[in-house]
Design a protein around this ligand. Structure first.
Ligand code: HEM
Length: 456
């Protein structure tokens, strides 16, 4: 299907006409953007959506320019960020001074050293929760992969953020509320030009979810500010370090932002793993063998993680094909030029690792799942911005160390105890959502490898 070529102000800019862009984006925005990018060979493309004409930016050079070298001109502002702002407020996921001071406060809490200090507790939470899955295995009932991944990750993240300050019941209220918010925002993200005075599908559910999150988090913030204690959890550390300089709202916004950034992304990434392992038995066998050699019958501990080299490669390749943060838009603050195309101040730019990770010029057989792409030494030959599941530049993800401890722990905890087989037929395709989640339910059968002591 051809892409029209318009006369642009600086050079001719490719554009996808509305008759083609709109139906494809409404139907399946994730795949549509990847297809537009591939058809354009990574050139900047303008999408004609009537009143709204964002630029799709996917070439690694252009991504680098927007996220890193000229990041001050391409900010997280405008119509796309507004819906998220209603949940997250102005904080670590915002821009300007509030972002800067939040980043300064949060960064030390997610360094590899700090994360190593909390990894033991995280492993204990994961092992305990994975042990509870034995009931499904013994009863011959499949698990809902997305639900269980969310549940396990939620408990691990809640522990990191709130320590023992939160009840299990309240911790469990956060996950569905956040989930509803992320799932009901799709319409606003797709049709960002619709004013807030007009109610759209998802609005009511979204606002209700925000209220639930607030009911859980605000009381915790108030208590922790009154007595932060000396715990290593994020709420204690934030209240100790910033309690005097910012108000309850700011601490709530940071906690909720980190919660969202940490839990949905990790859980959704791990949900996509199971169908991939089913479709690639050779990878599954190698992965299992590594986990058996390193972890044995478990339980897995943080000390095992550095030895799980193949597991890490599988996770890296998983995030190439399914980067949970599949889209993060930017707004041009002043006129600029990207890839020879003049970008006027106020224009929106769409950055999507999902599309860049599938460009033929940068990846051989881009649609194939092949963890060997991440063998040591291979990555150095690649453009830094051909692979950016965690973003780049000053807004680069704070949670990489956490992810690379938590995810191997979880995968090893599951595979050291169970054989897995996807029961639902597939194919599994991306839903219309702020993070990359499968549209279809993934049912996973578990068979116990080693009986888990202490669970029924
Ligand atoms: C698979 C897991 C994850 C993925 C794919 C992911 C992806 C991303 C991406 C793409 C960004 C950049 C957004 C932008 O430039 O606008 C980002 C930012 C961020 N991530 Fe993650 N993330 C993951 C896990 C985590 C975890 C576990 C945490 C926990 C701390 C976290 C915390 C953050 C924060 C706080 C930011 C904002 C940083 C800033 O703007 O200064 N993420 N993440």
């Amino acid at each position: 299907m051809p892409i029209d070529v318009d006369a642009g102000p600086s050079r001719r800019v490719r554009s996808v006409p509305m008759r083609r862009a709109l139906p494809r984006l409404v139907h399946d925005p994730v795949s549509a953007l990847a297809e537009f990018a591939r058809e354009a060979g990574g050139e900047v493309v303008r999408l004609d959506l009537g009143p709204f004409r964002p630029y799709l930016v996917t070439h690694p050079d252009h991504v680098q320019q927007v996220l890193r070298t000229e990041w001050t001109n391409y900010q997280r502002q405008g119509v796309f960020w507004k819906p998220l702002g209603r949940m997250l407020g102005g904080s670590i996921l915002g821009e300007g001074e509030p972002w800067k001071s939040s980043r300064k406060a949060l960064q030390p809490l997610f360094t590899s050293r700090y994360v190593a200090g909390i990894a033991g507790e995280m492993a204990a939470t994961i092992n305990e929760r994975v042990g509870e899955l034995a009931g499904y295995a013994r009863g011959g009932r499949p698990i809902d992969a997305a639900r269980e991944m969310k549940d396990i990750v939620n408990q691990a993240v809640v522990r990191v953020l709130f320590g023992d300050k939160i009840s299990r019941a309240d911790g469990e209220r956060l996950a569905p509320a956040y989930d509803t918010a992320a799932g009901s925002i799709g319409f606003r993200l797709l049709m960002p030009f619709v004013p807030y005075s007009v109610r759209v599908p998802g609005d009511r559910a979204f606002m209700k979810a925000v209220r639930t999150v607030d009911e859980v988090v605000f009381p915790l913030v108030r208590e922790a500010r009154a007595d932060p204690g000396d715990g290593t959890d994020v709420i204690s550390a934030l209240c100790r370090n910033r309690g005097k300089e910012v108000d309850d709202r700011q601490i709530r916004d940071d906690l909720v932002s980190v919660y969202g950034a940490a839990s949905e992304t990790t859980a959704m990434t791990l949900t996509w793993l199971w169908p991939l392992l089913d479709a690639h038995p050779e990878v599954a066998v190698k992965l299992r063998r590594e986990i058996e050699d390193v972890v044995g019958s478990g339980p897995v501990t943080p000390a095992h993680v550095p030895e799980l080299g193949y597991t890490r490669m599988v996770l890296q390749e998983l995030m190439r094909l399914y980067p949970a943060g599949w889209i993060f838009p930017r707004m041009a603050m002043e006129d600029g030029t990207v890839g020879g195309v003049r970008i006027k101040a106020g224009s929106q730019l769409l950055i999507t690792p999902y599309a860049t990770h599938r460009l033929d010029d940068f990846w051989e057989r881009p649609l194939e799942f092949d963890p060997d792409r991440f063998l040591p030494g291979k990555q150095e030959r690649r453009h830094r911005y051909a692979y950016f599941p965690f973003g780049g530049g000053p807004h680069q993800c704070l949670g990489q160390h956490l992810f690379y401890i938590e995810a191997p722990l979880l995968v090893a905890a599951i595979l050291s105890r169970f054989r897995t087989a996807v029961r639902s037929p597939g194919p599994f395709t991306p839903a219309r959502s702020a993070s990359l989640r499968p549209e279809q339910r993934i049912e996973l059968d578990l068979t116990e490898v080693v009986p888990v002591r202490g669970t029924s």
